[in-house]
Structures are given as C-alpha cells and as structure tokens.
Design a protein around this ligand. Structure first.
Ligand SMILES: C[S@@+](CC[C@H](N)C(=O)[O-])C[C@H]1O[C@@H](n2cnc3c(N)ncnc32)[C@H](O)[C@@H]1O
Length: 212
C-alpha cells in the first residue's frame, strides 16, 4: 500500500481532502500524537511551535515514506512504530491525538479509541477524518457491502461500512460539531466522510443497582 498510497490519494487531496486536513489541524496546540500517520499527508499542516509532535506508524514501508516527508517539510517530529493496540505512553501524555483514515483499518476500533482516550488528558481533543458507511445513499451502501471483502484484501484490511462517529461517541467522546461531507474526486466507495475534533469526556460511573 505504501507504494501506491500517495498516487491513489493525490486527486482527492487536491480536490478538498488536503484543505480539510489543513482546517482540522490549524488549531492544534501543545503535545500532539498522530497515530497511523502513513506517508505523512498531515505533516505540512501542523502549526509551528507545538510543544511536542510524535508521529506513529507501525508499517515499516509507510514509515520509510514518512521519514522522507519529514525531511522534505523540515519537521523535527519524533517518529514511533507504535500501533493502536498498545500505545507506549503513560496516561494523559498528550493534549491532542490525530488519526486520519485510520479507524477504517484497525481490527478493533473501540479498543483503539480506548487507547487514544487513555493517552489524552481529560478534555483533550481527538482530531479525526474517516470514510464511513454511506447511510444516506442506499445504493452506495449496498455497493460498499458487496465490495468490502475484496476491498479489505487490496487495501490493507480497510472496512467500508464502519459507523465511526457512533464508535467514537461510545468510547467517551463528544462529537458535537462533526462535519459529514462527500469527498470530491473520490471513488464512490470511500466518498462519504466525517471529520471533526472529538473531546474526551467523563463517562459517568454506572449507577448502583437498586437495593431490595
Ligand atoms: C489509509 S492509511 C492513512 C494514512 C494517513 N493517516 C493519512 O491520513 O493519509 C492507514 C494507516 O493506518 C495504519 N494502521 C493500520 N493499522 C494500524 C493500527 N492497528 N495501529 C496504528 N496504525 C495502523 C496503516 O499502516 C496506514 O499507514
């Protein structure tokens, strides 16, 4: 995937996804972790003066491209091979976690989001951009369901029909302010996208069972 990823994404990036990334990242501050950073498509959009920027990518081929992009943009970000199954940082290590086009691929998105929430400070922001199930386009959704098994094989395990906003909310984040929009110049299968900054919130403890 590392070989063709940038070429595959190029027209979408130029037609709007790049501007979405820029808008999402313009306001990030403090200690920032990007997970599943891929070839580094977000790197040009991070503001200067961050206290810390760590870019994590478990795939060695993707990481090689990421290293080249870091050099090209003159970024001093730290590189990590961490994957979302187990992030090697203590609780509350980051003010912001960024994950774009990653939750479609991880085997267990709920577990990944629990890890993201763990390393965020309370109230910290999870910046996301994901393609999702085309719930408002029944024809497109039917095709997503049909193609998903084959797509997973050619696209590194990517799932087409995830309802990622719901999963983010269920993991203890406030997703108010999310934008759902079709990506231009994209394959219809991955055209429906959501993006935003979800805030980690306190999940109320389960209420005690009524005494008899
Ligand atoms: C579709 S690419 C997206 C790359 C980049 N974030 C972007 O926006 O262009 C998905 C990335 O997620 C990474 N990935 C897959 N499974 C992962 C996991 N369990 N933990 C962290 N990253 C993972 C892949 O190696 C790949 O680089």
């Amino acid at each position: 995937m590392a070989t063709f990823y940038d070429a595959f994404m190029g027209s979408m990036e130029r037609a709007g996804v790049g501007a979405w990334r820029q808008g999402l990242l313009a306001g990030v501050r403090g200690r920032v972790l990007e997970v599943g950073a891929g070839t580094g498509a977000n790197l040009p959009y991070y503001p200067a003066g961050l206290e810390r920027l760590v870019v994590a990518e478990p795939d060695a081929n993707m990481r090689a491209k990421l290293a080249k992009r870091l050099a090209a943009v003159g970024s001093a970000a730290e590189v990590s091979d961490a994957s979302l199954e187990k992030l090697p940082w203590p609780d509350a290590s980051f003010d912001v976690v960024v994950g774009t086009l990653v939750l479609c691929t991880v085997p267990d998105p709920a577990a990944a989001l629990a890890e993201i929430r763990r390393v965020l400070v309370p109230g910290g922001g999870f910046v996301y951009l994901e393609h999702v199930a085309a719930d408002h386009h029944p024809g497109r959704l039917a095709w997503q369901r049909r193609i998903e098994p084959v797509w997973g094989v050619i696209a590194g395990g990517c799932k087409l029909t995830r309802r990622t906003s719901e999963t983010i909310r269920a993991a203890g984040f406030d997703v108010a302010g999310e934008t759902r929009e079709s990506a231009r110049k994209s394959l219809p299968l991955v055209r429906t996208m959501v993006r935003g900054t979800a805030r980690s919130i306190d999940v109320p403890a389960p209420s005690p069972s009524p005494s008899r």
